[in-house]
Structures are given as C-alpha cells and as structure tokens.
Design a protein around this ligand. Structure first.
Ligand code: ATP
Ligand code: MG
Ligand code: FE
Length: 353
C-alpha cells in the first residue's frame, strides 16, 4: 500500500509518501517537512491564526514536492491520509480538506488519522515492532504512558496533571532567554553544563504513573532568578540540572508504568518500551530510557529524532495501518481540536486529554 500523508495540526506543514510493504515493513518514499519557525519565533510560541494561513501557503508546494520526489501521480496512490486532530483547528482543517479533495478527485480511500496515534505507531515505521508495547508519548502537548494494545486500541496508564514535557522544555527555554522551540536549545546548553543545581523531582515514588511538570519549571525559575544576571555557565548548569531532573522523573514513572503494563499483558508477551513524540528526540531522555529498559529486560525502540518531531511520514504510516485493516473515513469526518487516544479516559485528569 502506498499512501500520501498530510500533517498540519501545529506549526509543521508536512507531506510524505510512505509504503506499507507486503512483509509488513515500512518504507519512506518521500518526507517533506516545512517548519514555520521564523514566522512564530518573534512571539515565543505558535500563533494559531498565523499557522493556519501559513499552512494554506506551504501545503500545496509540500505535497507537490513529496509526489515529485516519489515520482508518483495521485492516481498511483492507494489512499490519502491526513491528521484530523488533535491540534490547532484552523491548521487541521487546511490539511484535512486538502486530503479529502485529493482523495475525492482521484477516487482513492481517505483515512482520518489521530495525530497521537501517528506518534504512537511511528516506531513501527523504521523498526520491527508490534503491539502490545508500553508507550511513553512525550510531545509538545501530551505526556502519557499508554499501553498500545493494537492499532486503534489504547489503554492510558498515566498522564500529566499539568504541563506536557515538551511544554516544560519550551517554558524552561523561554525563562532562560533561549529560542523556540525550546527542547533542542535546552539540550544543546545542557551539554556544556553540570547538574549542580537542586531541583525537585515531582511525583517520584507515587503509585499511579502520572506526571507533574509545572513545579519543576517554577523551581527552575526561582533558581534562575537567584542567580541574576545569568552567566553562560549558569544557563548551561540550569539546563543540565533540568534535564537531569526530567531523566530521574521519567525513569521512576516509566518503571511504575512497566509494573502496570506487565499486569495487563499476557505473561509470555515480549517486553517492549517505545518512546515517541518530539521530546523523544532528546538524547538525555533516550539515555534515561535505555537505563530503565536494560534494568527491566525491555527492548527499547525510539524512532530517529526527525521522526519523533512532527512529520507526515508518521501520518501516512498510521493511515496505511488503518487502511490495511479496512478502516477508512468518509468526507463528513470533522477536524477535532481535542481527540484522546483512549475515548474512555477520565476527563478529570485535565491537561493533555
Ligand atoms: P502534540 O504532538 O502533543 O500535539 P506537537 O505536535 O506540537 O504536540 P511535537 O512536534 O511532537 O509536539 O513535539 C514538539 C515538542 O518537542 C516541543 O515542545 C519541543 O520543544 C520538543 N522537543 C523537540 N526536540 C527536543 C529535544 N531535542 N529535547 C527536548 N525536547 C524537544
Ligand atoms: Mg511543532
Ligand atoms: Fe506531535
């Protein structure tokens, strides 16, 4: 199956062509990502209206480029997939409408993909990994521990009670005067620093594998204010300390998630830990996960960094998985600002739902 995938749910305008081969493996035929960084940088965050308008301008060239690189016509496709949410509604509408138009025009199946499901299934695009597996989803808007039972079937074990991990990185970067998005900058600065500054480890030791990250950011702000004016070494040490705190929290929370995962799956299940979402590009996080996985006898699978952050290859891949199961969507499918992976999740858990 060969699918065109379209991603416009946040500030990346992306189009990709992906093949699901008969042996079940994935092949990225073309993968075009046009980040809108310079448009939003001045505001220190994504401005929804600017993003939606930029998607209108950038999407058609991105699709043309992806199809040209793949050397395919729309008629050669087996289907067209787009992220239908969750995300900034204006942007989602742009990608969704475009995908529907192409599918309708060429008489091809249309697949509406949940952006979070695309992150959740993304490791299967480059690695031979099959459900069930334990997923740490860490992105700009979400921080969850999830059991991926199968395509379309997810059990959430834990979530953040306040900020998402990517959001915490972005806020940390902002208060230290670094760029946006903050994750890559914090990681770069941390490499030059030492984790000498005491920061809290929120939620560590709690039985439920939830996260809380707002307090960590507040503590970082207080430590930064106490050191004003900040030297370059201060910034580097603050970043290193922040990343070390995140690593400790993640190791503890994932260990707890593993306990619950092992209770839920059949005893002969191969133990696999998967990380996905933009923050999974972080080297310190990947190292921390490598440690927990080794300690507990799990195989760790994390996509290459450019497939952790938003891209359309993961949308096409999730679309191919759904299409292979006969799951297609009709032209009335709406764009959704909110769309939890697990429909039964308790809404009381707030952020990241
Ligand atoms: P969601 O997927 O929840 O809808 P999103 O699509 O905006 O949100 P992603 O693109 O998956 O999120 O991830 C973006 C986030 O990843 C940003 O918060 C960014 O700071 C963070 N990030 C990217 N690279 C790194 C890195 N190397 N270290 C830490 N964080 C990173
Ligand atoms: Mg983004
Ligand atoms: Fe994302």
């Amino acid at each position: 199956l060969t699918l065109l995938g379209i991603e416009t749910s946040c500030d990346e305008t992306a189009a990709a062509v992906v093949r699901l081969r008969t042996d079940g493996c994935g092949e990225i035929v073309a993968n075009v990502v046009r980040a809108q960084l310079d448009l939003h940088a001045a505001y220190g965050g994504v401005v929804p209206e600017i993003a939606a308008r930029a998607h209108v301008d950038l999407l058609e060239p991105a699709i043309k480029q992806a199809m040209a690189e793949a050397a395919l016509d729309f008629g050669d496709l087996d289907g067209v997939a787009a992220a239908a949410g969750p995300g900034l509604i204006g942007g989602v509408i742009v990608g969704l409408t475009t995908a529907k138009a192409i599918a309708l025009g060429c008489g091809k199946p249309f697949v509406a993909v949940n952006h979070l499901e695309a992150h959740a299934l993304s490791p299967g695009l480059t690695d031979n990994v099959h459900p069930p597996y334990l997923l740490l989803l860490v992105s700009g808007g979400h921080t969850q521990l999830v059991v991926v039972n199968d395509v379309g079937s997810y059990t959430r074990l834990g979530t953040t009670l306040d900020d998402a991990l990517g959001e915490a990185f972005d806020k940390a970067a902002k208060l230290l005067g670094l760029g946006y998005p903050g994750g890559p900058d914090v990681e770069r600065w941390a490499a030059r620093g030492a984790p000498t500054i005491p920061l809290p480890r929120p939620m560590m030791g709690r039985p439920e594998p939830h996260f809380s990250l707002a307090g960590l950011k507040t503590a970082l702000r207080q430590e930064a204010m106490a050191r004003e004016p900040l030297s370059e070494q201060d910034v580097a040490d603050l970043c290193a300390s922040f990343q070390e705190a995140v690593g400790d929290v993640v190791r503890d929370r994932v260990t707890r998630g593993m306990d619950l995962f092992e209770d839920l799956v059949p005893p002969d299940t191969a133990l696999t830990l998967v990380a996905a979402g933009g923050v999974a590009a972080n080297g310190a996080l990947r190292a921390a996960l490598g440690e927990v996985a080794a300690a507990r006898g799990y195989r760790l699978v994390v996509p290459p960094p450019h497939l952790c952050t938003d891209n359309a290859a993961m949308i096409a891949w999730a679309g191919a998985q759904r299409l292979a199961r006969g799951l297609t969507d009709d032209m009335g499918t709406p764009a959704r600002a909110r769309w939890p992976l697990d429909p039964d999740a308790a809404p009381a858990l707030g952020a990241g739902v």
